[in-house]
Design a protein around this ligand. Sequence first.
Ligand SMILES: [Zn+2]
Length: 100
Amino acid sequence: MFDREIFKAVVGEIDDTREVEKLGCDDCFERVDGFIEAELSGLNASEAMPLVHEHLYICGECRDEFGALLEALRAVEDPSSPVPEVLDRLWRRVTPSYAR
Ligand SMILES: [Zn+2]
């Protein structure tokens, strides 16, 4: 028997747990678009999505993916727009000094 209420309760619990745990690579990859969007829309992405920021900072693999995404964005954007500066700023913020 499948009880929808129990299922929802269990899923809700998993979600709650995930909030306090560190982000995994898959979660990070799912949210990284929003992270960039936040910065582009004038928010401080690191403050809006601290878990994504933290994961990018500690995970070189995801940071590489993130860098590739930034490069792709840079390539399609109008060079006269201020977007590249925003992307550079974001990149510097998630890159530890030893990885620069
Ligand atoms: Zn990762």
